[in-house]
Design a protein around this ligand. Structure first.
Ligand code: ATP
Ligand code: MG
Length: 225
């Protein structure tokens, strides 16, 4: 699904250059469930952003389903991103004035799928995530864990091949975090490929593979047995 070769991302701040990614070689296959760990500033979010087409590398290659991402024009890039990649962030990124259901349906707004179909899909997903009695609630009427489940439902509404989550449990208490991880594990058992960043070992332990980053490099890459 994903192959990167010598991926580099540098940021110039004043007269210093930060090597946020330094020659990262990475392969992610369909069905993987990967946790990315590493100290603050080690390049985890930079990697996620590039893998999710939100940022571009300065050097190196990124192939997504065999296509070299640097060769894609903006239109194709956003189409592939919308169709194949779902994002979950630490701070949920829900629109406060929309209900849970309407937040989930946001990514479908610019597609030609009809309203009844999309509503049905949204309701089915919210039901699957245990939120069938919260579809009409707005974000401020939901708990943190419920908000994150709405955000996860939104990220899954297009049935993306890849789910990217940058510290999805960073704002949640430990019990709610475990619930979210159980949900990820279940999605993964059903075939969902997941790549998530976390600072917590217990959270990372739910994944099948652990990547440790340091100073923009992959330091360890291990598969759990
Ligand atoms: N837009 C930017 N401009 C300048 N420097 C940046 C930018 N984005 C990231 N960096 C730098 O790149 C390095 C990697 O940042 P990144 O956000 O990927 O780290 P991280 O591993 O996600 O850290 P954290 O665990 O704190 O989220 C850091 O040193 C950061 O300061
Ligand atoms: Mg980060």
């Amino acid at each position: 699904m994903i192959t990167t070769t010598k991926l580099c991302r540098r940021f110039r701040v004043g007269d210093t250059t930060v090597h946020a990614l330094d020659n990262v070689d990475l392969e992610i296959g369909e069905g993987d469930f990967v946790a990315v760990m590493g100290p603050s500033g080690s390049g985890k979010s930079t990697l996620m952003n590039i893998l999710g087409f939100l940022d571009s590398p300065d050097d190196g290659k990124y192939r997504f389903f065999g296509e070299e991402v640097a060769m894609l024009d903006d239109e194709r890039l956003s189409r592939i991103r919308n169709e194949k990649i779902g994002f979950v962030f630490q701070s949920f990124h829900l629109l406060p004035r929309l209900t849970a259901l309407d937040n989930v349906l946001l990514p479908l707004r610019y597609t030609d799928i009809d309203v009844a179909d999309s509503q049905q899909r949204g309701l089915t997903l919210l039901d699957r995530l245990g939120l069938s009695d919260r579809v009409g609630h707005r974000p401020n009427q939901l708990s943190g864990g419920q908000r994150q489940r709405v955000a996860i439902a939104r990220s899954l509404i297009n049935a993306p091949r890849l789910l990217l989550a940058d510290e999805p449990t960073g704002n949640l208490d430990s019990r709610t975090s475990v619930e979210i991880m159980e949900l990820f594990a279940e999605l993964n058992r059903d075939g969902q490929t997941i790549l998530m960043v976390t600072h917590e070992e217990e959270i990372a332990a739910h994944a099948k593979r652990l990547i440790r980053m340091r100073d923009g490099k992959i330091e360890h890459d291990t598969i759990h047995h």
